[in-house]
Design a protein around this ligand. Structure first.
Ligand SMILES: O=C(O)CCCC[C@@H]1SC[C@@H]2NC(=O)N[C@@H]21
Length: 280
């Protein structure tokens, strides 16, 4: 498959490394290149990733034809705001899918923290990893996995893929669109100075706002109403007592929460651990 950047991404200085197969993880590859001194704004992509990693140490299945894309960036924001970059990626991916498959728009939603749903099924997940490199250079890798041709079987939650939903799109055309929409929303984010606008854009596309939510922390389950996300991207839940609670971590389930037993469907807007990593 032949990947290319959108002309505006190329003009903005973004670079692309595309591989037929990645035996490991595109996130690992992008981070290693950062450690070796690669400049930021480098995409590492493939339509066949064999050692994909998901959140919370899970693996991420990537059958041939699905998109695995990792972007090395060097944000200049406060470290505490770095995780908000995941919302930029969420909105950019939503927009790229809308461009490539306009008929899906009614069922296309972002799910806190970083998933994309098609008609309620998970079609994409993201893994953000950050590292402070020697001489204080702070880099972040945003890893985006999209079920283009196929969704994994046996997942403990509903899944979806673009082609199974009737979209005529492949990993290369989706990636090209994403490289353009990323540019637009990353500029809007403006090193977190524009988070208010990203937050609005994300909330306008979000699944489950105003509806029931359950979050599990260990043995404890908190139930309430998903009210909003705050300026740092944390989930704000209105408890039955009327009190608002801010959630940064936990397994989250939206919708009919009566039978929720913490099926580990989602996590926090987290940047995974790595050497010298600031967990955010
Ligand atoms: O658990 C999740 O939902 C996150 C999945 C993230 C998968 C993507 S695929 C591209 C990048 N490379 C990886 O190894 N993981 C991310």
């Amino acid at each position: 498959m032949r990947f290319s950047l959108a002309p505006q991404a190329e003009a903005a200085g973004y670079r692309l490394l595309a591989f037929d197969v990645v035996e490991g993880s595109t996130n690992t590859d992008a981070m290693e290149r950062g450690r070796a001194g690669a400049d930021a704004n480098l995409w590492v992509v493939t339509a066949h990733q064999r050692g994909g990693r998901g959140r919370r140490g899970r693996s991420w299945e990537g059958p041939r034809g699905n998109l695995a894309a990792s972007l090395l960036v060097e944000p200049q924001c406060e470290p505490g705001m770095t995780a908000t970059i995941g919302f930029v990626a969420g909105v950019a991916l939503h927009e790229a899918v809308r461009i490539c498959a306009p008929h899906l728009v009614d069922g296309l939603r972002v799910k806190w923290p970083n998933d994309l749903l098609i008609n309620g099924g998970k079609a994409s997940g993201m893994l953000l990893e950050s590292e402070v490199l020697p001489r204080g250079r702070r880099v972040v890798v945003i890893g985006i996995g999209v079920n283009v041709t196929a969704a994994p079987e046996g997942a403990p939650y509903a899944v979806a893929s673009l082609q199974q939903a009737g979209a005529h799109v492949n990993a290369a055309s989706l990636f090209e669109a994403l490289s353009a929409t990323w540019l637009e929303y990353f500029a809007l984010w403006d090193n977190a100075r524009g988070m208010a606008r990203i937050r609005d854009a994300w909330l306008a596309r979000a699944h489950g706002v105003g509806g029931p939510v359950a979050i599990q922390f260990g043995d404890e389950v908190i139930r309430g109403v998903f009210e909003t996300i705050d300026a740092a991207g944390q989930l704000v839940v209105r408890l039955p007592t009327g009190e608002a609670r801010t959630i940064t971590a936990g397994d989250v389930h939206f919708g009919d929460v009566g039978s929720f037993r913490g099926e580990a469907a989602a996590a926090r807007p987290q940047v995974g651990a790595s050497r010298n990593a600031a967990r955010i």
